[in-house]
Each structure stands twice: as C-alpha cells, then as structure tokens.
Design a protein around this ligand. Structure first.
Ligand code: GLN
Length: 555
C-alpha cells in the first residue's frame, strides 16, 4: 500500500517547500523506495499554462504535455523520474471536474458543496497517483497555512489519515525561523503561530522543517519541539544552502528521512548517497568562470527561466564551470551591440517566450552571435528568432518574420501549420509534450546527442515554414532534425560556426544535475573554449577540471 507524506508550508511563501519535498523524495528513493511527487495548487487557474511567467515563474512541461507548476521541475531533477500531468492539480481543475460532474447530473439532485464534494475530488486526485508500484506519494500543498484558499486542501488531507490509518500518513510542515537583526536572535514565534493554525485545521504535524538563514541552535529546536508538540528529532533545521543540491544532504544529516520512515513504519537500509555526494563534490569544484548572456523578456524574475538556468548549471557542473548568467533585457540588446557587455559574453542563450515584446532584441542577439562566432543556443522562440535573423540578413528576405508577430510579412519563415489555422481555441493549437525527432546523421546535433532519434518536450504554436527550407539549406543553414514525417523542422545549426544550434523544443525540461541536456552540455563546452581563447590562463584550469570530470565518470 502506498504511504503518504503531506508537505505544508507556514509563515511565508517561497520558503523552498518544493525543494524540501523533492529532497525528501530523493532520500527515500535512495533508500530503495519507489517515490512519486505531486503538487496541489490552491489557485483558480485550471493549470499554470495561462499564467504570466513574470508573476508565477516558468510553466514546466511534462512528457505527456501537462503545463504544470515549476516545482514539478525540482521534483523531476531531484528524484530523476518523469512525472505526468496528474502530478499537478489546481483548485481550478478540481472545481472544473466537480462542476462538470454536476452538469452531467452525477450528484443525483444533492446540494454540491466544498465539503464533501470538493474535498472528495481532492482526495481522488491524490489516490489517482497511488498503486502497487508506488511505495511513497509525497503531496506538496501549495500556498501557506492561514490562506483562505488552502482550507479545502487541509481538510482533504486531514481526512486522509483517518481513511488510510495513522501509520500510512506523515505530515511535514515547513516554516520560517527568521533572524531579527536588532535583537540578534532567531525567533520561533511565527513557527508556533503557524503550527497553531495548522492544528486548528485538525492537523498535528509529525515533523517540522525550520528554514533559516543560518543554522539555529539545539535549544531553539527544543523550544519549537515543546511548543508544537513534535518530538525533538522531528524538528529539522534547513538553513540556506550554497547550492540547491546540498539540501538532501542537509535534511538527511538532520535525520528527516529516518524520522519520516519511522512515522510511516517503513523499514529500509540507510540511503545510498554516494552519487549525490559525488555530485555535490563536482558542484564545489565547478569554479572556471563562464559568462552566459540570457536574452530574456522576464529577466527580473529569475524563476521565469528556472529550467533553463538549471540546465546551464548542470552543464557547468559537467565541465567544472561556474556559469555566471548576465540577464539581458531583450529590448536593450540593440542598444548594446557595440558595447563590451555583449562582447564579453562567452555564450548567448535565446530562450522561449510568447508575445512580441523583445523579439527584435532577440533577433539582434542572434545576428550578433552569428557574425561574431559567439556560441548561441536557441530554445523554441530562440530557434524562430535565429531563423528570422538568418532569413533577413543572409538570405536577403526583407521583412522576413514569424507570422505570430507580423501577420502581413511577405516572408513568414515561421508560420502556423495548415492544420492549426482554423482552431479558434488558442490552447487547442499548441504542440505540447514529448515529440520524437529524427536527426540528420553526421550533423552536429546528432553528434552531440550521440544518436539519430531523440525525444524532447514542446510548448509552442508556430513552426519553421517548410516552404522556405530549400532556400535556407543552400546557404550553410542545416535543418539537422525533423519530425519523423519530415514536415516539421526540430533542430537547426550553422556550418562553420563554433556553436550556433537551436531547437523548436525545450530540452531544458529534461536536464538532470548529473546528466545535463546534451545541447546545453556542448553549448557550455563551446562557451568555455571561447572563454579560454580570450583569457589564455583559463586553458589550464579548464583542462584540469575536464580531467576531474573524466575521473568522476569512471566511478
Ligand atoms: N511563441 C512561439 C510559438 O508559439 C514560441 C513559444 C515558445 O518559445 N515556447 O511558437
């Protein structure tokens, strides 16, 4: 039978509840347990697909095309398992199901209410992910205890323990223990209040994870234990870590995984953390600087590009490099063209995006990278901008554009496919989730992936316009990957450029800390080469780190 861990958060949002859940997931997996993770989100959007990344962070896409909360990205990267769209349920999707059932007459005339109908549907979403092949389901409840919206979720998980029995459920509450400067002390009061709030919803936490800037004392943990009625070894301190990937080690050293296993009566060997420790060693040794310009539209909220940043970091870890991201507002690029800020970059990433703002800046960045031999990686909209730039400036196709941004362009080199034109529901036209691509044997991309068939995740409407393909291909522009039927261009590259590669997909979603997405891995490799060319003393460091990476790979 599947055991359940429910992770709630108190005091403040953005405490790293998702990372705590993901870290616990990894520890349990390393104990030989089969783990699935889920996020329940108390907002009314049916999924985060319609939410502005500037407000809510990136939309993470699963293999099966789910547009989900970015915490699912942390889960996948930490537990190294692909999740499905069912791992994310929002208030909106839960109400939609209940209202649809009501319209179908499924409630047989009864009054449909938050309790029991909404809470039953929440429980159904939780149960959906359980089964013979799942030992532990970790369910993170989004939002903060004390929010109005969270109440049905707390009620649903409270009832859950009653239904499945006390040894099958463990409640973990993540709170903040703030440091108050003038008094020079960490304060436990907010934690006490938040536990009281949780108890008033009928939930006594089994464990409390105290987030703090610096480690807190045993005395303080003891105080929290007494006041919250949680055993001392169930109070776990998780101070800010230097790297995300330290968190599993920190909470393991604090005994969280053992404590949770005890509550759930799970008997396992201690977790095998050899690989995870080796990863952390590599992170510590990743010090060769490499400067990557990320040409973004939402640069003031780094979470908007979370998976891209993580994939860059994974590639950096692989090469022993410390990736320093220069967040460049796309609209500013044209004004920066003659400036050192662009010249000093070792590589440029043009990420995905929607809407016209900043597109000309991204196109200008693509041209700058092409002309100056700067390694450039294009992701989705990035591929489209690199294609438009090439069409305008190499093929001489005046006003070439994507019909998303200029519907009257005489050269719509990026366009909707015929089959997509008549669909009035915008969501209905999106290409979402994993699609297979056939790579051109002998191409750079095929060499990078080390195979001819790859699957990457997609989230877009527009495509490379196949009508223009012959013109492009006669000019050093290689369509190096396409859909199996040959209709859609999936990867492009440029002959004779150190690294000018783009994909219509989002390979960042499948990157893992110990298995960087291949296009990112080689992009950072090319950027390091540029860095060492400009700064010869780096060559030695780079070579030494490469040897280390090789040594690790053997272990
Ligand atoms: N806006 C572009 C499209 O819909 C690119 C989308 C993206 O980058 N995810 O095709």
């Amino acid at each position: 039978m599947t055991k359940h861990i429910f992770v709630t958060g108190g005091v403040a949002s953005s405490l790293g509840k998702g990372l705590t859940a993901a870290s616990l997931g990894r520890l349990l997996k390393q104990r030989g347990l089969r783990v699935v993770i889920q996020k329940l989100d108390p907002y009314i959007n049916v999924d985060p697909g319609t939410m502005n990344p500037f407000e809510h962070g990136e939309v993470f896409v699963t293999d099966d095309g789910g547009e989900t909360d970015l915490d699912l990205g942390h889960y996948e990267r930490f537990i190294d398992e692909n999740l499905t769209r069912d791992s994310n349920a929002t208030t909106g999707s839960i109400y939609s199901s209940v209202i649809a059932a009501e319209r179908h007459g499924e409630y047989l005339g009864r009054t449909v209410q938050v309790i029991p109908h909404i809470t039953d549907e929440i429980q159904r979403r939780i149960r959906m992910l359980t089964g013979e092949d799942v030992d532990v389901l970790i369910t993170e409840v989004g939002g903060t205890v004390g929010d109005i919206e969270i109440l049905p979720f707390l009620e649903a998980i409270r009832q859950f323990r009653l239904d499945v029995g006390p040894t099958n459920v463990c409640y973990v509450h993540v709170t903040l223990v703030p440091f108050i400067g003038p008094s020079g002390e960490h304060k436990t009061k907010p934690t006490q209040h938040s536990v009281t709030e949780l108890r008033s919803a009928g939930i006594q936490p089994d464990a409390i994870v105290c987030r703090s800037d610096e480690p807190i004392s045993d005395g303080l943990e003891r105080k929290i234990s007494r006041l919250s009625n949680v055993p001392f070894n169930g109070v776990v301190n998780c101070p800010d870590a230097g790297s995300l990937y330290e968190i599993p080690l920190v909470v393991h050293d604090e005994g969280l995984d053992q404590f949770v296993c005890d509550v759930l009566h799970l008997i396992t060997d201690p977790p095998d953390l050899t690989e995870w420790r080796a990863l952390n060693d590599r992170v510590a040794r990743a010090t060769t600087p490499v400067r990557i310009g990320l040409i973004g539209k939402y640069v003031s909220l780094v979470d908007a590009y979370l998976s891209v940043v993580e994939a860059l970091n994974h590639a950096g870890i692989h090469h022993g490099a410390d990736v320093d991201i220069d967040w460049i507002q796309a609209e500013d690029v044209e004004g920066l063209l003659g400036e050192n800020r662009l010249r000093d970059l070792d590589g440029i990433v043009i990420p995905g995006g929607f809407g016209e703002r900043g597109v000309e800046g991204k196109i200008a960045a693509a041209g700058f990278a092409r002309e100056n031999d700067v390694p450039c990686l294009g992701l989705c909209l990035g591929l489209q901008c690199m294609t438009v730039e090439f069409a305008r400036n190499v093929l001489g196709l005046e006003r070439a554009h994507s019909s998303e941004f200029d519907p009257s362009s005489p050269h719509p080199v990026i366009d909707l496919m015929e089959s997509q034109r008549d669909v009035s529901d915008m969501g209905g036209t999106m290409r979402l989730g994993a699609y297979v691509a056939q790579l051109q044997p002998g191409s750079r991309v095929a060499e990078i992936y080390g195979t001819d068939v790859v699957s990457e995740r997609h989230r877009h409407r527009y495509e490379f316009n196949p009508r223009y393909r012959p013109r492009f291909e006669g000019s050093g522009f290689v369509c190096s990957g396409e859909s199996p039927d040959g209709r859609l261009v999936e990867f492009i590259e440029l002959e004779g450029h150190p690294y000018w590669v783009a994909t219509q997909a989002h390979p960042e979603f499948k990157s893992r800390p110990d298995r960087p997405a291949p296009l990112f891995r080689e992009f950072i490799g090319a950027a390091l080469e540029r860095a060492s060319g400009r700064n010869p003393q780096l060559i030695e460091v780079f070579a030494a780190d490469d040897a280390d990476v090789g040594a690790d790979a053997v272990h």
